[in-house]
Design a protein around this ligand. Structure first.
Ligand code: D5M
Ligand code: FE
Ligand code: ZN
Length: 527
């Protein structure tokens, strides 16, 4: 086994059911006789071990002769069946976004950090930190009754109106309905209806906890452009003057909860990276196994040594019965077998990466959002890699950097309802900007996105994230909105028949990589 084939070692270990730490693979690859070392490591690990650790390999290397003892089975048999990994190429879009400091050069971190291995890889997990806020797994209180809708809307209004109260001096709808004509008034409410008048002006009905009040936006005002951005049930504030009969408010200005323009994102204190992916779709005939393997193998290389986190934003598997005729394109028809296969593919990802996973609409959890994290049965199936499993959406804080993970089903709706310059499949990050502006991941009730009424509205973005990570639309796109990095992460599934029929051309086999110390991003292509 040539020394430069850590990828083969990973494959050989995975084929024996093991996940491995990167440093463990590096040590095996660098040993005098990697095939022998590999065999001895596999023979010496405890029966219940799922992961080959650096310590396992060190013990073997310390205790034994490096030469091939007679009768030792060679590991190169199954390993060499796999083609050598081809070098991953950067895409033409790999320039860092934003104008912040350039990425640190390789090696800089290793000089600073005594816990780095010879290859420069951080082996000191105490430098890492991973916190989850907002995980609603096991917290669901919804019964689907009318009272739940009242509660969730009340909570939404509370949370979002608080963000707007500093900007307007609002009065309740009921109080405004008692004011006299010609007076100035300010109102915060959820959008209950938007309709146009015969002469092309707009009437927006805004609802708060006391009632509903109609607000008129004249078509020739600058703010008329904002009307095309409105989604039902989002929260906005308006300022204006009451009509002569006090029956309607003529709107002069309109405000969204929004992210402050001057928002200063948090960054990590050291050079560390996270890979942001989604939509793996294992079990689909279109799952791109080759691209996935190249990605997993690349994660074991020196180029990826700073990647310590892997975030997967939903659609781990293709699922069963998600769309009509989906079964015709299934490679694995049993949902649990799909998760077993997914778990096998996770094994080829370095064991020393911290993984965070949320479900998507193809996963085996309830479809309505917020979606709880995978149940114990599925967690058991996926236990090879000790991933953090949390709900969709979740706010994940990595070394101080707040990452809002959301699968992204509402993006379809934002794209369908807003003008194409504001949201399109070709620029999915712009649809994400709209959600940031509304400070809600899925505002619209009763539409395409199914929402479950809970006591609290988990879908409000109470805190501004530093990074907003979504998937679902299978398109790659990223950019900054008021300094927040929005990333929609593409997929690992080639074009399906449905996508062909509606001209969706997915971005498959890309891995966006974010520097947590600068929020700069690069993209790697593996397809
Ligand atoms: O979604 C992938 C993308 O394709 C997302 O934008 C929805 C869309 N899509 C895929 N299949 C269908 C069908 N059958 N109907 C409507 N929209 C579809 P994903 O969640 O991976 O299926
Ligand atoms: Fe998907
Ligand atoms: Zn999806």
């Amino acid at each position: 086994m040539p020394q430069e084939t850590p990828a083969r070692i990973v494959r050989a270990l995975v084929s024996r059911g093991y996940n491995a730490e990167r440093e463990a693979v590096t040590l095996i690859a660098g040993s005098e006789n990697p095939s022998v070392t590999l065999t001895r490591v596999v023979e010496s690990v405890p029966d219940d071990a799922l992961r080959i650790t650096t310590d396992h390999v060190r013990e073997v290397l310390a205790s034994a002769p490096a030469s091939d003892p007679p009768g030792t089975e060679s590991a190169s048999g199954p390993a060499t069946e796999d083609p050598p990994v081809s070098a991953a190429t950067s895409t033409d879009r790999d320039e860092p976004v934003g104008d912040s400091t350039p990425p640190e050069t390789e090696g800089g971190a290793s000089e600073r950090n005594a816990d780095r291995s010879a290859s420069g890889r951080n082996t000191d997990s105490s430098l890492r930190s991973l916190d989850i806020a907002n995980d609603m797994t096991g917290q669901s209180t919804g019964t689907g009754e009318y009272g739940d809708f009242v509660k969730v809307f009340r909570d939404r209004y509370e949370k979002l109106s608080k963000m707007l109260r500093g900007r307007v001096n609002h009065r309740p709808a009921k109080a405004i309905s008692k004011m006299s004509g010609g007076e100035d008034a300010e109102l915060i409410g959820l959008v209950d209806d938007v309709r146009s008048t015969k002469s092309g002006h707009w009437i927006i009905d805004l609802e708060d906890t006391t009632g509903t009040f109609p607000c008129l936006v004249m078509k020739d005002k600058d703010i008329a452009a904002n009307v095309s951005e409105l989604l039902m049930d989002e929260c906005i504030a308006v300022q204006g003057t009451l009509s002569g009969d006090a029956g309607i408010l003529f709107v002069d200005s309109l405000h969204f909860p929004d992210v402050p323009r001057s928002y200063r994102p948090n960054t990590a204190d050291r050079h560390v990276q996270a890979a942001l992916i989604s939509d793996v779709h294992v079990g689909s005939q279109e799952f791109m196994e080759g691209a996935w393997n190249r990605f997993a193998d690349w994660l074991h290389t020196e180029e990826a040594e700073n990647i310590e986190y892997l975030l997967i934003a939903g659609d781990m598997v293709e699922g069963v019965g998600v769309y009509p005729n989906q079964d015709e394109e299934l490679d694995i028809i049993d949902i649990y077998d799909q998760y077993r296969a997914f778990s096998e593919h996770l094994k080829s990802v370095p064991g020393d990466l911290d993984i965070v996973m949320i479900p998507g609409n193809h996963d085996a959890v309830r479809l309505a959002e917020p979606q709880p994290g995978f149940d114990d049965n599925l967690r058991d199936i996926m236990s090879a890699h000790d991933a953090t499993i949390t709900s969709n959406p979740s706010m994940v804080t990595l070394e101080g950097v707040k990452i809002l993970m959301y699968h992204g089903v509402s993006l379809d709706e934002v794209i369908a309802e807003l003008p194409s310059e504001k949201a399109s499949y070709d620029e999915p990050h712009k649809a994400m900007y709209q959600l940031l502006k509304k400070r809600h991941v899925a505002p619209q009730f009763g539409g395409h996105t199914r929402l479950a009424p809970e006591e609290l509205d988990y879908l409000v973005m109470e805190d501004v994230p530093d990074i907003f990570h979504t998937g679902h639309v299978h398109k790659l796109g990223w950019g900054k909105y008021h300094n927040v990095l929005a990333v929609n992460s593409g997929c690992w599934q080639a074009q399906t028949d449905f996508q062909k029929s509606v001209n969706i051309d997915p971005d498959s086999g890309y891995a966006p990589i974010v520097d947590l110390d600068t929020l700069n991003m690069t993209v790697r292509k593996f397809s």
